[in-house]
Design a protein around this ligand. Sequence first.
Ligand SMILES: Nc1nc2c(ncn2[C@@H]2O[C@H](COP(=O)(O)OP(=O)(O)O)[C@@H](O)[C@H]2O)c(=O)[nH]1
Ligand SMILES: [Mg+2]
Ligand SMILES: [Zn+2]
Length: 268
Amino acid sequence: MGDRILLDPSAPGQAWVAGIQPRRNLLFRSDEQRTKLFAANLDLVVLVVAPSPPLSPELVLRTWVACRAADIPLLLVINKADLLNPDERLDLQVLHLLPVDPADAPQTLSISLLERPEQAASDLGEQLNGKVSLILGQSGMGKSTLVNLLVPDAGAQTGEISEALNSGRHTTTHTRMHMLPAGGALVDSPGFQAFGLSHLKADTLDGVFDWMLRERSNCRFYNCKHVNEPGCGIIAAELAGRLDPAWRSFYLSLHEETRQARKRDLLG
Ligand SMILES: Nc1nc2c(ncn2[C@@H]2O[C@H](COP(=O)(O)OP(=O)(O)O)[C@@H](O)[C@H]2O)c(=O)[nH]1
Ligand SMILES: [Mg+2]
Ligand SMILES: [Zn+2]
């Protein structure tokens, strides 16, 4: 999905596919068996989150890592703003999950697709028009509602319909590309169980976490693994309140995930 092809018109209404242009970027996820391509040539990944159903911090982190690894900008859309108390800042809560320099933090956009659809359409249009964006998010966050709002003939089925049918049939099962009337497109990805990142290289992971890892320069041992070594600079920064220990544990678990996958590849 998202490849740019070169067409060679042969006769009116007909054309040969003459070639596929080099892909500008590729967004992958992996599962137990293999690596899967979400889409190619993306300008933006949109992660839709909301106060309800409960947010998965893991998915936010994994989406952020995958985007940074593929060098694709991420937009965090905070939907269902109507369900938030006036002093509740879900956007800041979501950003706090990420081990990122505030200057490098993804953009956020708070909307209510249900209560303020016109405002939402105009705010989203500003960010999405003219771009090819992949829409991601847990089930129930409002992805289909968003696609239907921006692409009137998309016919994406929303939660209400699925509840009425009381079946799994509503879930998007094919990746679809919806053209935006003002230019650009939305790529609607099928639901998936796990956003595996075992395909990432250790160096890439370190690059993604560069902001946290700058404290590495203070580690006593050059080969410090930042697990429980004495004199670890990252742990010291945690004790000083500069870094959230959850970030390091997530970083270490991703490295473990890639190690396990390499081991499987060697055995298999
Ligand atoms: N309260 C509230 N509900 C919303 C909003 N946007 C979508 N919903 C509802 O959330 C449910 C799930 O929406 P849907 O678009 O199917 O989510 P998807 O599973 O991510 O595609 C539906 O019942 C929508 O009507 C919103 O801004 N506020
Ligand atoms: Mg949906
Ligand atoms: Zn260390």
